[in-house]
Ligand binder design. Structure first.
Ligand code: SAH
Length: 222
């Protein structure tokens, strides 16, 4: 799946990138072979805005994708996905569809993905690109702070923008036993939080260091 526009050159670059990503996951003690395999299968360059930018696709850096937003750094995608402990058929809510790359990684691992984006341009693009690549998530143009109450509950929730606080609606929409991975903080960096919702509804919180995200903003962009 998802090989349109791929080549030996890009696969070689991807293999090297994933060695770096693996090292970073090892350091955090969260290496997940399934995540690395999924990322090896997906050509990241096709999620870029312009063919002129393809040469940057296999650097371990975030990159602009239009509407002032970025595709997350590969290590960040791998860390968030590994922390979610994805199992086949998990129902996952993503906040911040952006390029659709993170959604593709989740789907490659067998998850059913529901993803919300507040920028119409990016929503429209993902709505076209992901099915072209063979991925069929449910995409929504809306405000991620509200989640998707009519599709809840979810096994997993992933926020791919910097949240000023832990949005209550997202925790409400998480199943007991479910996991939410949310970068929290309003400054230049956010602290990665992994929240496990216990059967009694209590949250067990763990922190996984500093990351840098575009901000989570209220309402749909005009
Ligand atoms: N997961 C994306 C990362 C994109 S960056 C990828 O793989 O490319 C984060 C995205 O979150 C941006 O596109 C931004 O517009 C979006 N965003 C910010 N606040 C949001 C909100 N309240 N609801 C939905 N999307 C939001």
């Amino acid at each position: 799946m998802a090989l349109r526009g791929d080549s030996l050159k890009y696969r070689g670059a991807r293999k090297k990138l994933l060695e770096t990503v693996r090292k970073n996951l090892d350091e955090l003690g969260i290496t997940d072979e399934g995540v690395l395999e999924a990322m090896m299968k997906i050509p990241r360059h096709v999620f870029f805005d312009s063919t002129f930018d393809f040469k940057f696709a296999y650097n371990d850096t975030a990159f602009k994708i239009g509407a002032g937003q970025t595709i997350s750094q590969p290590t960040t995608v791998a860390v968030q996905t590994a922390l979610l402990q994805i199992k086949k058929r998990d129902k996952v809510l993503e906040i911040g569809t952006g390029s659709g790359y993170q959604a593709a990684v989740l789907m490659e691992m067998g998850a059913k993905v529901y993803s919300i984006e507040r920028q119409k341009l990016l929503y429209d693009r993902a709505q076209k690109n992901l099915p072209d690549l063979g991925y069929r998530p449910r995409l929504f143009y809306g405000d991620g702070f509200k989640g998707l109450p009519s599709f809840a509950p979810f096994d997993k929730v992933i926020v791919t923008c910097g949240a000023p606080f832990i949005p209550e609606a997202l925790i409400e929409q998480l199943k007991p036993g479910g996991i939410a991975v949310i970068p929290v903080g309003e400054g230049a960096t956010q602290v990665m939080h992994r929240l496990l919702k216990k059967e009694n509804g209590e949250l067990h919180k763990q922190e996984y260091g500093d990351f840098s995200f575009v901000p989570m903003l209220k309402d749909r962009a005009k």
